[in-house]
Design a protein around this ligand. Structure first.
Ligand code: PMP
Length: 364
């Protein structure tokens, strides 16, 4: 090909998602496998969302209403913010892409925690901007170090709370002090993909910092606690002036009609949300006891996933577990070559994971 491709595009390492169940079963010729690799909700989609999507099916020959009036109104009521401050996306990944397209250009810098969600770096690179990686401290975001990395080229700072993959949350107090010191021409993006799962007192809630003036964006998703990862719906809450800017780079109909119907109904399904939270919290504690009993090191988490130190090559453990039909996420690409990340599954899936771990750690 004779195309001229920007160096910064070629420098992007494509995002490596968790292995899908279908792919494992096809490649290994096995059935009945389980997946604890992508922080999904094991309970399935919210029943109310499923019913709403079934009802919406007959309208799929029409484009959705732009820009998702019903979902926006429902979200505005749910969050108690005006709908003008909300942008919906095809997953929160779509919001990350929009922020980058609208606000970044070559030469700009964006501060990202490391390790954290890999898409931050990818979207920054897409715009030809530089992602400045600030290492975590004790597995949590190092806010003073992130602040110290700010310079005249800084346009944005990503805060992942709780952080993926470590599961650590930061306090409202620490964040407030940080935000007060960030120059007001720098956008602070608070990614709350897992916020519903947090049990820690005093945890940062990004919406508290939103006042329609301060340059803060809060990102949320329906992929985790609401059980709708395959539907692809997320949203960002921000000052209305910024929402107006983001709307200029948003693709029309970026959240499809089925997704709008499902997400709107999911917000009304508090029973499903509570069931999810109770499963995740109960099962996390069961996991911790099982690992304590085996003296295996792990990192308690505020999300629906956590890290386990397997004390040997995580890529190898991952492969061995695949052969047992259990998909986990090796953390090699995140700079933790001996850690795996698993999310909470159904009780029987979690039990099966522990049995598989016992087998792969003591092969004989
Ligand atoms: N942020 C974080 C921290 C995530 O872990 C994920 C999904 N793995 C996302 C954002 C994107 O989620 P989605 O696009 O499904 O909303």
């Amino acid at each position: 090909m004779k195309l001229t491709i920007p160096d910064y595009t070629l420098a992007i390492a494509p995002y490596a998602p968790g292995k899908p169940l279908e792919a494992l079963e096809r490649e290994y010729g096995i059935t009945g496998s389980i997946k604890l690799a992508s922080n999904e909700n094991p309970l399935g989609p919210s029943p109310k969302a499923m019913a709403a999507m079934q009802a919406a099916m007959t309208r799929m020959h029409r484009y959705p209403e732009e820009p998702g009036y019903v979902l926006l109104q429902r979200l505005a009521a749910h969050l108690a913010v005006p709908s003008e401050q909300i942008i919906i996306g095809n997953g929160s990944d779509d919001l990350l892409g929009m922020l980058s397209r609208a606000l970044l250009q070559p030469g700009d810098e964006v501060i990202v925690p490391s390790p954290s969600f890999l898409m931050y770096t990818i979207v920054v690179q897409t715009a030809g901007a530089a992602a400045v990686q600030v290492p975590l401290r004790d597995m949590a975001l190092d806010l003073p170090a992130m602040l110290a990395a700010v310079n005249a080229r800084t346009r944005m700072i990503f805060i992942c709370n709780p952080n993926n993959p470590t599961g650590k949350a930061i306090s409202q107090e620490a964040f407030d002090a940080f935000l007060a010191a960030v120059p007001d021409n720098v956008l602070v993006v608070v990614d709350e993909a897992y916020i519903e799962f947090v049990r820690q007192d005093g945890c940062l809630r990004g919406l508290r910092c939103l006042d329609n003036e301060t340059p803060v964006v809060v990102l949320r998703t329906f992929s985790k606690a609401y059980g709708l990862a395959g539907l692809r719906v997320g949203y960002g809450v921000m000052p209305a002036e910024l929402a107006d800017v983001i709307n200029r780079v948003r693709m029309p109909f970026n959240v499809n009609a089925m997704a709008q119907a499902g997400a709107t109904a999911a917000l009304d399904d508090d029973e499903f949300l509570q069931k999810t939270l109770s499963l995740v919290h109960t099962e996390l504690d069961i996991f911790y006891s099982a690992l304590d009993a085996r003296q295996i090191r792990y990192f308690p988490s505020q999300a629906n996933f956590f890290l386990i130190d397997v004390g040997q090559d995580a890529a190898e453990i991952y492969e061995r577990m695949l052969r047992l039909g259990v998909i986990v996420r090796p953390m090699t690409g995140y700079g933790y070559p001996q850690f795996i990340r698993i999310n909470v599954g159904l009780p029987e899936e979690n039990q099966r994971f522990i049995e598989a771990l016992d087998r792969v750690l003591q092969p004989d």
